[in-house]
Design a binder for this molecule. Sequence first.
Ligand SMILES: Cc1cc2nc3c(=O)[nH]c(=O)nc-3n(C[C@H](O)[C@H](O)[C@H](O)COP(=O)(O)O)c2cc1C
Length: 508
Amino acid sequence: MYDNLFTILQILTYAFVFVVGTGVLIVIFLFIRDITQTENAIRRNFPVIGRFRPLFEKLGEFFRQYFFALDREEMPFNRAERNWVYRAAIAQDKGNTVAFGSTRDMRAPGAIIFVNCPFPTLEVDASTPQPLTFGPYCRHPYIASSFFNISAMSYGSISKPAVQALSRGAKMAGCWLNTGEGGLSPYHLEGGCDLVFQIGTAKYGVRDEIGILSDEKLREVAAHDQVKMFELKLSQGAKPGKGGILPGAKVTPDVARIRGIPAYKDSISPNRHPDINTVGELLDQIERIRRVTGKPTGFKAVIGAYGWLDSLANEIRRRGNESAPDFITVDSGDGGSGAAPMSLMDNVGMLLRESLPLVVDKLREHGLRDRIRVIASGKLINPAEVAWALCMGADFVNSARGFMFSLGCIQALRCNKDTCPTGITTHNPKLQRGLDPANKAVRVANYARNMEYEVGVIAHSCGVAEPRRLKRYHARVVTESGRSLSLADIYPEVKTAAPDLGAPNTVN
Ligand SMILES: Cc1cc2nc3c(=O)[nH]c(=O)nc-3n(C[C@H](O)[C@H](O)[C@H](O)COP(=O)(O)O)c2cc1C
């Protein structure tokens, strides 16, 4: 028995010496490698130890999010904002409440505060939104019932189960789903919801063999009753001046087939529509799409330079009211994307805070406010932000990342890598397993419904019967001095220089 014990001890000792010896040899090897290499300064100056830096940096992302970041600290969306969406997505009874007091610093400069009325209605506690019509001159105008809708996210940038869940959820909530620039997939149609078909600069889904916009393909898409409107994407907030970017890893054969491009090769759209060089050509293109499809047509843009809006308005007035786009989607410079260069994402394009009132005022100035619907998008994921957009004059609000949170997004910031841990922006079937379209569709619908309800709660508190009746004087912004100023004073109502031409049957 002692012999056996001795043998075991001997084996353990050899194993220990072997492991420690190998470890020491590896350290010596890495040490020599690090001090002799020239690519990495940290490893050359701090051999072996310097190798831990990238690991700690990676782990830091998780530790900060879970343990250290305060509720209102993270970017692009902080925990408090995300949590509101998560609660709204699971609450079916409109009971999204919190306790004790606000954790938001309402004294911070820039904070928006709505002005409540002294005698809100007794019987109801939320104002009810009314439907609004797009495209009064179209063969098929669109009556949209929800003011909060799902922003453009292409199939390819997001996964099949994500599109399925959004489509079914949009149907349940009665809102629309924008297809994004990747064409129309069966998954968009599957849930039966209203769709806005986006035409990106590569014209995916509506182009001929050589990439030119095809009337025949437009007719095919428009033949789906579910497709209610067409949106020409001029630019988006995350990457003005750059076309769509879908990394090759995400161009699966299915995505490639729907876009009409080769599989597993980067899908890069042109930086702008090659066939639109002037405001006149923009109106020509809109007119063509509307004529061929018979459906309301507008465009999406992030605003930077804005003189062209005057030229556009003057050209519309010259051609006549019918020639106008049926809507303009104003995207914020801090909008999101599946993939974009950081220099554009961080630095280019006006924020919605400035561009939304600017566009609304330009339309008023040129007498086009009633003719052209304004859709606002960009970090409008909580009710106060949506209510702010309505105060500033938006008719509708679109959200992309808000709906991603409702699908379970944890802001892992990996949309460009095909490794999204929640299955939303990956085509890896193992990761998609976590995203059950049936379950998530209910969350999508709850989020949309609760958003409309809580914006209605703010509107009711301000004493208006319909959320779109919120005006700039209903919101105040806290200034450096601690006093708040009415948004109506900061952005005074613009006088209409030209008579408002309005449009038939636009107001419901
Ligand atoms: C994953 C992802 C994919 C997107 N794809 C498109 C697209 O195909 N076309 C487009 O116009 N915008 C696209 N966007 C931008 C959004 O539609 C939206 O304009 C922007 O994210 C701002 O809204 P948000 O703050 O609610 O996300 C995408 C955004 C994300 C996050």
